[in-house]
Design a binder for this molecule. Structure first.
Ligand SMILES: [Zn+2]
Ligand SMILES: [Zn+2]
Length: 382
């Protein structure tokens, strides 16, 4: 079929909205008509090159990362199923999980499907089944898709393993956000940080993921949820999502948390800024108490190995540093769970969507993200 998509031909260029050709779904795949796509920061990391492999390394690994159709926060309706697909049928509503879960690999079988073995194929952006492309440019070039999804298009073909079936009464344009940002943020607080009632939690950076982390920490019963965010309107607005305090800098947060806890410091700290930098690891571990836990959720440049950390303090105070992907949540369990909370009014998604865009305005959407204008921008197809 013919459709349109926002393509990134190379890092450091703009998204190009073009006509494309989409093949029908093959074995284990489905064709989905999307309702909406979130504008997540991870696609911006492809633009800046932070999440792009250097050309020589990509060639050595046999990965063609570009050109790529962006977008990985999507939800829609199944309109065609490939051979052998029995778990989904035409008319079903699905949210895409940016992390696939095959249900068969050791990680999935031990309840850690956020590190499913299929994750190894995400950078290549080809179909998991046969490593070929279903998406093609008008002149016949194969197009990859961001984490094998490609939601910057009103139609896409994806693996069954990337789909989570949801109830039909849930608004799809809201459900889209739960495929990445919301679950990643909420799980960063609830699972990775394991926030307990009465604790003090510091959250650095409130875009879509940080916003959901604040909601998760508040939901888990934190006493103080302290946000560190340089953008002024976000510091005000985030209080409606559960933050008890918001300051502009790490230094201000350090002073405030020291006062709030009489010098004991925070139980947990979570990094959800746009791009993680090495010096922030030391900031996180300095603001937590003895045996406290720091969680790194943000993406950093792929080849960056610099970390600044006081190792004496880290070891002698028995501190913990935890990595986090998809909020350490399990897509098939947690996506329906969070949408249930949304339907009951216990998770704010409507309020998280600051601006809606047409696909053609995608570059404006990302400029607004860079300018700190949105918690979450969303492309609407319907
Ligand atoms: Zn994302
Ligand atoms: Zn798996």
């Amino acid at each position: 079929m013919d459709t349109r998509a926002a393509i990134l031909w190379a890092p450091h260029t703009e998204w190009s909205v073009e006509d494309i050709t989409l093949d029908p779904p093959k074995k284990g795949e489905v064709l989905v008509k999307l309702a909406a796509s979130g504008l997540c920061h991870s696609d911006e990391h492809m633009v800046t090159g932070d999440m792009a492999l250097p050309t020589d390394i990509a060639e050595m690994m046999g990965i063609a990362q570009f050109p790529v159709i962006g977008g990985h926060e999507g939800a829609g309706e199944v309109i065609e199923v490939g051979e052998g697909v029995t778990e989904l049928e035409v008319g079903d509503h699905v949210v895409f999980s940016f992390i696939p879960s095959c249900g068969r690999c050791p990680s999935c079988r031990s309840g850690r499907s956020q590190v499913c073995d299929l994750g190894a194929f995400l950078l290549g952006g080809r179909q998991f089944t046969d490593q070929t492309a279903r998406h093609h440019s008008k002149d016949g070039k194969d197009l990859g898709t961001m984490v094998a999804l490609g939601t910057f298009s009103p139609y896409t073909v994806v693996s069954l393993d990337s789909c989570v079936k949801i109830d039909k009464d849930i608004p799809l344009e809201k459900a889209a956000l739960v495929g990445c940002g919301v679950t990643t943020g909420w799980g960063s607080a609830v699972y990775a940080a394991d926030v307990q009632p009465g604790e003090t939690v510091v959250i650095y950076g409130v875009g879509g993921i940080g916003n959901a982390a604040v909601q998760g920490a508040a939901f888990a019963g934190a006493r103080y949820v302290v946000v560190v965010e340089p953008v002024e309107w976000k510091r005000e607005a985030i209080k409606d999502f559960g933050a008890t305090h918001a300051v502009a800098t790490h230094f201000e947060a350090h002073v405030l948390v020291s006062e709030l806890t009489r010098g004991a410091m925070a139980d947990k700290a979570i990094l959800t800024v746009g791009t993680a930098e090495g010096h922030q690891v030391g900031e996180l571990t300095s603001i937590i108490k003895k045996a406290g836990r720091a969680v790194i959720t943000s993406v950093s440049p792929m080849l960056n190995e610099d970390v600044k950390l006081n190792l004496f303090d880290f070891a002698m105070q028995r501190k913990e540093l935890v990595g986090c992907i998809f909020g350490n949540a399990n897509p098939q369990v947690d996506i329906p769970k969070l949408l249930g909370l949304y339907m009951d009014g216990k998770l704010k998604l409507d309020e998280m969507i600051t601006t809606e865009y047409a696909l053609e305005d995608i570059n404006q959407g990302y400029q607004d993200m860079r300018d700190g204008k949105n918690f979450r921008g969303v492309i609407r197809y319907t």
